[in-house]
Design a protein around this ligand. Structure first.
Ligand SMILES: Cc1ncc(COP(=O)(O)O)c(C=O)c1O
Length: 378
């Protein structure tokens, strides 16, 4: 059987990884400043993560959500403490799209309404409702299309107010990324966030904050939205949560009532994934990665800001968008092929996306900085 080829692939086959480095099958070493789409939060194969997973494997790796699972409770407690959302509850699932799918559904169950507002430039995943609120017609199949999903221009407060007025009483939820990632590291304005907050409160609309990419300390705060005075009703997480172990979750405000069967999943919250999730939170706390994320992000920004061809840098913590005065494809390819550094692209052709592990050192940052300088000079 052949693979169904939907991915453009680099001709690189990584067989080993440690911290911020990968090695391919020919022994070539690479610096990973992208974490496989923002997934690697505490570094590849962190010893604490490895030990936690290994010892869990020796005990039990899976049973369904029909039995008690103390690891889920421990994970929820630690996540609540570290994120500042101790009074919220947690629903565990397997990916970012699934987290958003459940959040959109929960909002609609809660208020009985059908319409959803989303933003230009958004990416919320590829499952049914999640892709319907994703601003990329190429990945929205006809079966996913519905006029119930209404697009608002990013940071356009006047349009947002108008959409609320035009659809009064019909909007169930509004979904927004803490920081747009796939869109090219695009930040919301304070004005937009405050407007959203007020409109949602006045109109009984559920505010869903997608922190799948911007959450878990990526932005220098536990959640990117914590830069503002706002508490979303639902917060979705995935990516960095499992450091490569597939998992996702929805943090749910106390206004929502749980009932048997309302949401569900076979694999979500399984023992192995919880062990991975707990290990990630423990490393974030014990190694003070919140501080490192902002410190190293600021260091990289200050070192590269005067490089040739850089038009602007959009950054929070270690979520960095480098806007070039030209498309970044060739720069990215040179970084990888000549300097062996992984970086990411985005839907904005000129923006290079930098998402290293949260525990990078200055020495590792310097490798990236030197490589970037070299490719931008030539
Ligand atoms: C903000 C955001 N939400 C949701 C998703 C979808 O996550 P997943 O690929 O785990 O389904 C992504 C993936 O890139 C994302 O960046």
């Amino acid at each position: 059987m052949n693979l169904f080829q939907v991915y453009p692939l680099f001709n690189i086959n990584p067989v080993k990884a440690e911290g911020s480095f990968l090695w391919d099958d020919k022994g070539q070493k690479y610096l990973d400043f992208y974490g496989g789409h923002a997934v690697i939060s505490i570094g590849h194969n962190h010893p604490h993560y490895q030990n936690k997973l290994k010892s869990q494997l020796e005990k039990i790796s899976f049973y369904s959500n029909s039995v008690q699972n103390d690891l889920q409770t421990e994970l929820a407690k630690k996540l609540g403490e570290l994120s500042g959302y101790e009074n919220y509850s947690l629903f565990l699932c397997n990916s970012g799209a699934e987290a958003n799918e459940n959040a959109l559904k929960l909002a609609s169950f809660h208020n009985g309404k059908q319409k959803v507002i989303y933003f230009s430039g958004s990416f919320h995943g590829r499952t049914s409702a999640a892709v319907s609120v994703t601003d990329n017609p190429k990945i929205v199949a006809p079966v996913n299309f519905s006029e119930r999903f209404i697009k608002c221009e990013w940071n356009n407060v006047a349009q947002l107010k108008q959409l609320f007025a035009e659809n009064q009483g019909e909007i169930s939820s509004i979904i927004i990324e803490g920081i747009q990632g796939v869109g090219g590291i695009v930040l919301p304005t304070e004005e937009m966030i405050q407007t959203l907050k007020n409109l949602c409160a006045e109109n009984e609309v559920v505010l869903i904050m997608d922190e799948v990419q911007s959450g878990y300390v990526r932005s220098g705060k536990f959640f990117a939205h914590q830069e503002f005075d706002i508490q979303p009703d639902l917060i979705t997480v995935a990516k960095g949560m499992g450091n490569g172990f597939p998992m996702g979750g929805v943090l749910i405000s106390p206004i929502f009532k749980a009932s048997n069967g309302l949401l569900g999943t076979t694999f979500g919250g399984n023992h192995l994934s919880c062990a991975a999730g707990i290990a990630v939170l423990e490393v974030i706390k014990n190694e003070n990665l919140l501080e490192n994320s902002e410190k190293m992000g600021a260091y990289i920004e200050s070192e590269i800001q005067n490089f040739n061809h850089i038009k602007s840098i959009r950054r929070r913590g270690l979520m960095i968008g480098i806007e070039l005065d030209q498309p970044c494809a060739e720069i990215r390819s040179n970084l990888l092929m000549k300097h062996h550094v992984f970086t990411g692209n985005s839907n904005d052709a000129n923006v290079l996306r930098i998402l290293p592990a949260l525990n990078i050192t200055e020495k590792e940052a310097d490798i990236f900085i030197g490589a970037l300088n070299s490719v931008l000079e030539n």
